[in-house]
Design a protein around this ligand. Structure first.
Ligand code: NAD
Ligand code: ZN
Ligand code: ZN
Length: 344
């Protein structure tokens, strides 16, 4: 079968021919119907050899949707032919966090060497993939796989970030979304579906800001050195009750700190290496800064419910599996508006 693999540190991803996998006991074989292209893969492929944590070659793709093709011995809970989304942040299944479905915060995954598909385990950018356990599958029914696949990360990650801050996302409050790409353009829709806040979106190009407005941002601001002052002006000097930074780079975390209001949440989702100093008087009083990771199994089910309700519409550019390296090039160059999806 064809697979998109990262084969050597520093090399571009390649489309290669590898054996079709066979599900072991308890595992499920999926015929992949769609796989999403996340900016985190570009970060992973920029890590130096001495820090690279996974074995190579690595089949990419941590956003996956597929049809159940075969069940390993004893596997239960899904049937051949079911259309399912893959929950990516696999955990041990038994620690206190996993027991609540919060496998993204598994206490033992690192010790046990449990990794997500596409980030250590073979991922979804292939004709077939193995999922370790049926609990990591969410049925999607008649939802379109292409439109749904990125909800497993570009939907789930912002959903988790928003849900934690819901007590602050009250009518009259402002939420700022920095970076309106794959995750950010879904975050805007989730904020509009789940709250009555005013959404101000920041990005670096007019094209991205146009998409942000299309998907529901009330105001858009070019993300430059004047951005914080503009957000302050738009909020009557008060600032934002919650700031979501989907870039996480040094200039954007600085903007995040500068637009936060008293008693706000600053949530850094992007892994751009930015750091925000915290200390008395450094940020507005009672401001919390956090960096959450992905989301829980229950939250993925909730995001899929939102999709069934028609509340989220991922803006998708599709590519064949042979074009996957091109999709990564375009994402790296900032040319994807919305999410790139590979059709294996
Ligand atoms: P993306 O490339 O689709 O979107 C990033 C957006 O940020 C683009 O629209 C880009 O134009 C914009 N941008 C770049 N520099 C900017 C700046 N200075 N100011 C404002 N906007 C700027 O990427 P994505 O797939 O949506 O991922 C976003 C980030 O989230 C990445 O860093 C990714 O690694 C990270 N991520 C984190 C988690 C998590 O669990 N914490 C999960 C998924 C992705
Ligand atoms: Zn991702
Ligand atoms: Zn666990």
């Amino acid at each position: 079968m064809k697979a998109v693999q990262y084969r050597a540190v520093g090399a571009a991803p390649e489309v290669v021919e590898i054996p079709k996998p066979v599900p072991g006991p308890g595992q499920i074989l999926l015929k992949v119907t769609a796989a999403g292209v996340c900016h985190s893969d570009i970060a992973v492929m920029s890590w130096p050899a001495e820090e690279f944590p996974y074995e190579l070659p690595l089949t990419l793709g941590h956003e996956g949707v597929g049809t159940v093709a075969a069940l390993g011995e004893g596997a239960q809970g899904v049937s051949v032919g079911d259309s399912v989304a893959v929950y990516g942040p696999w955990g041990c299944g038994t620690c206190v966090n996993c027991a609540e479905g919060r496998e993204n915060y598994c206490l033992r995954a690192a010790d046990l060497g449990i990794n997500p598909p596409g980030l250590g385990n073979p991922g979804a950018m292939a004709e077939y993939m193995i999922v370790d356990d049926a609990r990591h599958l969410t049925p999607i029914g008649d939802l379109d796989p292409v439109k749904t696949v990125s909800l497993t990360d570009a939907g789930l990650t912002p959903y988790h970030a928003i849900k934690r801050s819901l007590p602050k996302l009250l009518p009259g409050a402002t939420a700022v979304v920095i970076g309106t790409g794959g995750l950010g353009h879904v975050a805007i829709q989730l904020l509009r579906a789940m709250t009555a806040v005013r959404v101000i979106a920041l990005d670096v190009t007019e094209e991205k800001l146009a998409l942000a407005r299309t998907v529901g941002a009330h105001e858009t601001v070019l993300s430059d050195e004047h951005a914080a002052a503009k957000v302050r002006e738009l909020t009557g000097g008060i600032g934002a009750k919650v700031v979501f930074d989907f870039v996480g780079a040094p200039p954007t975390v600085q903007t995040a700190g500068a637009v936060a209001s008293i008693d706000s949440d600053i949530t850094i989702v992007g892994i751009g290496g930015g750091m925000l100093p915290v200390g008395f008087g450094v940020l507005p009083f009672s401001t919390s800064v956090s960096a959450p990771y992905w989301g829980s199994r229950k939250e993925l089910a909730e995001v899929i419910e939102l999709a069934h309700a028609g509340a989220v519409d991922v803006h998708v550019e599709t590519y064949s599996i042979d074009e996957a390296p091109l999709a990564y090039e375009r994402l790296h160059a900032g040319k994807i508006n919305g999410r790139a999806v590979i059709l294996p």
